[in-house]
Design a protein around this ligand. Sequence first.
Ligand code: SF4
Ligand code: SF4
Length: 303
Amino acid sequence: MSEFIEHSPFPDSPVMPKLMPGEATIQFSCHKGISCFNACCKNIDISLTPYDILRLKKRLNITSGDFLVKYTFPYEMDNDGMAGVKFKPVEGGSACQFMTAEGCGVYEDRPTACRYYPVALLSMRKQNEFTEREAYAMVQEDHCKGHFEPRTITINDYRKEQGVEEYDDLAAGWRQLILKKKSAGPTIGKPSQRSLQLFFVACYDLDRFREFVVSPTFNDVYILDEALKQQIANDDVALMQFAFRLLRQVLFGEVSIDTKADAVDIRLARKKEREEKLDEIAAKVGPIEFTRVDPNDKYNIKD
Ligand code: SF4
Ligand code: SF4
């Protein structure tokens, strides 16, 4: 490691600017009893993947909406306003809300970034390339003494040890969306506000996304077979994978979900039906007499 530090062109950055393959060997060990125990959780800057959120909200037995409000804040991943989500630290401090004196309070469900540390995953995709490449870099921070522990391990084995593989597999669809958006650049244009909102809800607020998928608005447009409907109604992982599929279709035109040819007609018919209902009600109620309300009069006493 010292060789990387000495030759780093970015002396202030903790990320070593040397890309490493999975076969590379690192020297590192983290364990209870190490002098810096918990130091990395006291000053956090942790981005979350959709699968991180899914695991944590399940562990805490709360909705994705409640999880987002209590434990996260959104940030912009690019200039077009594509949102990411980071851990919100403790009130008035910089420590993780899940840190305890014994270590991580959600260890079995800790996020991807915590599992990887001190390795950083770098996903790259060149313009017009259809597959992304993955490489790794080391993060070397002064407070972390794990780099001086006498244990060597390959990055691939470290990923296995930390249970990262499942996390990476299940967040792959989300990473592809972000990479594709970045590598496509201005060619796909700026996504509409509605697409950006859909991206946020579909990726991070799964419970709200489920409500949307079962709503008449969604089913007026998309055709899902019964088996898939059942799956996404009962299984968060299936719902999340479906969210990535839908976003590929909405953002990049990669069609994999059938749409109703008469979707527009159906929506217009519903609108007409709603308007007819309103006319019917209005005819029954008759003309409404408006009264002047004085905003300073809290009892709304009429003239
Ligand atoms: S989730 Fe756990 S490991 Fe990650 S920063 Fe919080 S306390 Fe530390
Ligand atoms: S060795 Fe590094 S990762 Fe482990 S507790 Fe210390 S600072 Fe955190």
